[in-house]
Design a protein around this ligand. Structure first.
Ligand code: FMN
Length: 276
């Protein structure tokens, strides 16, 4: 394994992480393990054809039954970007990145297609189809992200678009049965503010064998992760108070902690998703 690969592995799991036994390494895996979200961008144009390359990567992702229940919307207009940044809680990178893409769970196209053929489309009213569309959109977006990172671009997802789903839908002119699942900023990382690889939970916490393991078996590893993340927050001067466990638990402590997303079901209903 290359030194760089070992470095990525160490940053992902901390020095306590067991060195991988896997000997083979390639640029794809190196790029995947080197991922970090980028929130500061250089004001430098993207290579010509970037959008088309990312869309081709996205369309190369698997899709449930090849229904391709997603679309992507590119937003370049500066005023619209500014409004979307505000709707996403004032995230400046939505405004400042080179390319801002909104990934849509899109049940509209298939409904229109069925109608066009004079066919029924009652199936679109079921939760299953919504899940399919969201999964398709996420897989497509992640393929685009991986492609962007492979050519040195930085990215960050913007789930905060779901804070105000109806306002975002109005801003983007979304018809019923189209939902902005999340945004994705793409751009050249600002070299004066490099992002770091953020550690993840030890593999023993997320990897189960044969049957789901009891929570208690993970407590020690979770405590070790808290210690690792405390060092990361301090090193990165992130100003995070308390441990990863503490603020992760706080994220689900109440409906209010969802910052407006507790009303997502009602918002989706008003946007034409029956979710039966
Ligand atoms: C679906 C999704 C939505 C996200 N939304 C936001 C967001 O609105 N703003 C933001 O700064 N980061 C957002 N992120 C980035 C996460 O905070 C980030 O992936 C996580 O902290 C891990 O850090 P890393 O990506 O640098 O490894 C989102 C990530 C995902 C997967």
């Amino acid at each position: 394994m290359s030194n760089r690969a070992l470095e990525h592995f160490g940053e992902r799991y901390g020095s306590e992480g067991a060195a991988p036994r896997f000997e083979q390494w390639n640029p794809v895996i190196e790029s995947l393990l080197g991922h970090r979200s980028v929130r500061r961008y250089a004001q430098k144009p993207l290579p010509e054809g970037t959008l088309e390359l990312l869309v081709a990567a996205a369309q190369s992702a698997p899709s449930s039954s090849n229904l391709q229940l997603w679309s992507v919307l590119s937003v370049q207009d500066a005023e619209r970007r500014r409004r979307l940044a505000e709707l996403a809680g004032g995230q400046a990178h939505v405004r400042d990145c080179g390319l801002f893409l909104v990934w849509l769970a899109d049940l509209r196209r298939l409904g229109d297609l069925a109608s066009h053929r004079g066919a029924e489309h009652e199936g679109l009213e079921y939760l299953e189809m919504f899940v399919m569309a969201v999964v398709d959109a996420a897989l497509a977006a992640q393929n685009a992200l991986v492609a962007a990172e492979s050519i040195g671009l930085g990215t960050v997802y913007i789930g905060a678009l779901r804070n105000h789903p109806e306002a975002v839908a109005a801003e983007l002119g979304l018809p019923p049965r189209v939902f902005a699942t999340f945004g994705l900023c793409v751009g050249w990382p600002d070299p004066s503010a490099p992002a770091s690889i953020k550690p993840r939970l030890p593999q023993e916490v997320v990897l189960h064998n044969e049957q789901y393991g009891a929570f208690e078996r993970s407590i020690g590893a979770l405590e070790a992760y808290d210690r690792l993340m405390e060092r990361f927050y301090a090193k990165e001067r992130m100003g995070v108070q308390g441990s990863w466990s503490r603020h992760s638990a706080a994220r689900v402590a109440s409906a209010q902690a969802l910052r407006g997303r507790d009303r997502l079901r009602a918002a989706l209903a008003s946007m034409g998703f029956e979710l039966r």
